[in-house]
Design a protein around this ligand. Structure first.
Ligand code: BGC
Length: 741
């Protein structure tokens, strides 16, 4: 049987033969993805009567089941009790590590280290497959320019070029060379598409966007994952041009399959088919039909496919061939995962102990965390600290095991995380360290209740705020230096965790003000799942190290950087606004017809109350050392269409520490048929330089880097002048020009 859409796709004989034997009911059963619950729920409902449904041939896959024994039980039911013995696909959200949790994706993206990101994904795949899982609901590649949106924590930030590179590294890491190998897993790029542009930063909200913006700014990371051979795609909750993604035929068939050539399978998000009823597109039968016809293959949890498709066939609303098509794609995925050769290939009961949470994996998680931290300020060079210092370690996140893993770590165990207090003691055993909580993460009990859905993240202390503060000030006054660990609890970001005020909660602001008032040097370790508005804290004479939520090795990794064993090299992948009123704010925005000069001028594009510039630009991050850039050169002054151009620069470590730097290349297209963005990231390289060392770094601009989608959605490069900027962040000033003929 060939493809309905006329692609010249190779068919798999084993799958074809199986399809020939299947009844309509059995085919529909394969399109049903369920979760029996038991672990941490990742959505509002869990599936019922899962075992009897598997026996009845009504289930194609499961998620939320893990461990060789448990998965074997489920797999045996499918293999021994159903007529055609079709094994189940076992999925999971392995978002930033399986049990060896590493930094949240926004943190990991700040490493700008593609090899390391691939290694991280590889490790996650090894651990997850050792536990019986062969399908991962990752990478999440939703570009976002709105830090109010809690799920910014789960992605790679605001930039499509960096996002695309990370998407590819993750797909490679998860899928490896051979999908049927017992330690690789099928990746699932999500959430297709534009989910990161939810209106007002509110989760699950509507999206309305021009095709020009979508193609140039939001779609590239999904496409990059498809180009890297991602095995599956998950739809998003939002609508696109008025049609929710799960029922959007333009998105799932015209774009994804026909234009991009995707030949894997598409799964809905959690009940997103059913949610089209609430979106206002008809009853469950209507929306299930819409989804299937749009090109959706598997229905996650909602059972709309299971309960209505047969009726729709009988009523002539859909054809059996359309169901066969979806079923074929699901079966092909099972075939690729090697499940038809051996349904138990991922179920070696000796693997978990040998391969999960190993010392090697924990060492990698520690390394990944150190690479994700971003030094935002280092007043008086407070950091790094001496390992013998007398330290007052203060703050509600300083000894808070529950808040180290970060959001979307349903497979991790917070009890295994290293707190910052423990990390300091491990790395600096001769330091004198005194600890005080100092404040609650938030004093607001209602807010705490909403954050604590998966367990106690914000624990409002029995003591009064005044007595906690007093205890903190007593130890601060007695120390050489204060380290204050502040910010967001784990579930203050993530799914359904949007905030309209993204500053540090009031209770902690009081604490930091009082600590700074002691006159002691203060280093703030800032933990969050998103950019925060920290204008006031930035004014203070402090050091500021952004550590996101670092994962299982949090405390050790933070201590590595605080005490100088690793010199921070992370760079922001999302712009930090001065206040929420600036949102959306991102480095590649348009220039407008009335660009604002540095000093306020009436009738230019500006604000009365704050400058247009952000608090921290995209790509920003300091180091304990200093890097000097010089001698920017282009290999040509003029190029023809289809030619590449080399850009080289000299970089010198002029400070007192060895260090890594992310060399960034930005391109500005001066004239084109549609308004160009200010600058666009088009290259980067992470380099290590010993103190005093100098290197020449060369980056290549390839023909695609000059192209954009024009108003008729063609991907073109238009002749004219281009400016190339190279340096340490998106505000860099070294510049050269070339012409495209
Ligand atoms: C999320 C997805 C996730 C799914 C399954 C949904 O709520 O949006 O990202 O993969 O649940 O856990």
């Amino acid at each position: 049987m060939g493809s309905l859409f006329g692609q010249s796709k190779k068919t798999i004989p084993q799958v074809e033969q199986l399809l020939d034997k299947m009844t309509l009911e059995e085919k529909i059963g394969q399109l049903n993805l369920l979760t029996p619950g038991g672990g941490i729920a990742t959505g509002a409902v869990v599936s019922k009567n899962v075992e009897s449904k598997i026996k009845a041939g009504q289930v194609g896959g499961l998620f939320g089941v893990a461990g060789p024994e448990k998965v074997r039980l489920a797999q045996e039911i499918a293999v021994n009790h159903t007529r055609l013995k079709i094994p189940l696909l076992i999925g999971s959200d392995v978002i930033h590590g399986y049990k060896t949790t590493y930094p949240i994706p926004l943190g990991l993206s700040s490493s700008w280290d593609m090899d390391l990101i691939e290694e991280a994904a590889r490790m996650a795949a090894t651990e997850a497959t050792a536990d019986g899982i062969m399908w991962n609901f990752s990478p999440m590649v939703d570009v976002t320019r709105d830090p109010r949106w809690g799920r910014i924590a789960e992605g790679a930030g605001e930039d499509p070029y960096l996002g695309a590179a990370i998407a590819q590294s993750m797909v490679k890491g998860y899928q490896g060379q051979d999908l049927s190998a017992p330690n690789t897993m099928l990746a699932c790029v999500k959430h297709m598409a534009l989910y990161g542009a939810s209106e007002a930063g509110r989760d699950y909200h509507s999206v309305d966007m021009s095709k020009i913006k979508m193609f140039n700014q939001y779609l590239p990371p999904y496409k990059a994952a498809v180009d890297a051979g991602v095995a599956s795609v998950m739809t998003s909750f939002n609508d696109i041009d008025g049609v929710p993604a799960s029922g959007n035929k333009w998105l799932l068939t015209t774009l994804l399959r026909r234009q991009w050539g995707f030949d894997g399978f598409v799964v809905s998000d959690y009940t997103s088919v059913n949610e089209m009823v609430d979106h206002g597109l008809g009853n469950l039968q209507d929306v299930s039909k819409l989804a299937l016809k749009a090109g959706l293959d598997m229905d996650m949890v909602g059972e709309g496919f299971l309960t209505t498709l047969q009726k729709s066939v009988e009523e002539g609303k859909i054809t059996e061939a359309e169901i066969t098509q979806a079923c074929q794609r699901v079966l092909e995925a099972k075939y690729k995962a090697g499940l038809f050769d051996d349904p138990y290939r991922y179920l070696d009961s000796k693997r978990p102990e040998k391969e999960i949470l190993t010392a090697e994996n924990r060492a990698l998680a520690r390394k990944l965390a150190t690479r994700s931290f971003v030094l935002l300020k280092n007043h008086y060079e407070i950091l790094p600290l001496q390992k013998e210092a007398k330290i007052a370690l203060i703050g509600p996140l300083a000894d808070s095991r529950n808040n180290m893993l970060g959001t979307w770590a349903p497979t991790g165990n917070p009890d295994l995380a290293v707190t910052i207090l423990e990390g300091f003691k491990n790395v600096a055993p001769y330091a004198s360290i005194q600890y005080a909580k100092g404040a609650n993460i938030s004093d607001n009990a209602d807010f705490a209740k909403k954050v604590n859905v998966f367990g106690p993240r914000i624990q409002v202390d029995e003591r009064s705020p005044e007595s906690m503060l007093k205890e903190a000030l007593d130890i601060a006054n007695n120390a050489d230096v204060v380290v204050a660990v502040l910010g967001e609890a784990t579930e203050m970001s993530g799914e359904a965790a949007s905030r309209t005020d993204i500053s540090i909660p009031k209770s902690q602001k009081k604490l930091i003000n009082a600590l700074v008032a002691t006159g002691k040097p203060v280093a703030i370790i800032l933990m969050s799942g998103r950019p925060l508005t920290i204008s006031e804290e930035l004014e203070m004479p402090v050091a500021l190290l952004q550590v996101w939520h670092p994962g299982i090795e949090a405390g050790n990794a933070i201590a590595d950087v605080v005490f100088g064993d690793y010199n921070p090299s992370g760079k922001l992948t999302a712009t930090w606004p001065r206040n929420v009123g600036q949102i959306p704010i991102y480095h590649s925005s348009k220039i407008t017809g009335r660009p604002a000069p540095e000093k306020f001028e009436k009738f230019t594009s500006n604000y009365l109350d704050v400058p247009n510039t952000p608090l921290f630009p995209f790509g920003f991050g300091l180091s304990y050392t200093a890097f000097e850039y010089s001698d920017l050169k282009l290999s040509k002054k003029e190029i023809a269409q289809g030619e590449s151009i080399e850009v080289s620069v000299t970089i010198k470590n002029t400070g007192n520490f060895h260090g890594e730097e992310v060399v960034q290349l930005y391109l500005k297209d001066l004239v084109r048929s549609i308004t160009p963005p200010n600058r666009q990231l088009k290259g980067f390289k992470k380099v290590f330089l010993k103190k005093g060392e100098q290197k020449t770094v060369t980056l290549t601009l390839v023909p695609n880097d000059l192209k954009f989608y024009n108003s008729t959605s063609e991907f073109v490069a238009e002749p004219g002048e281009f400016e190339v900027y190279l340096g340490t962040d998106s505000n860099c000033t070294l510049k050269k020009c070339f012409t495209l003929k």
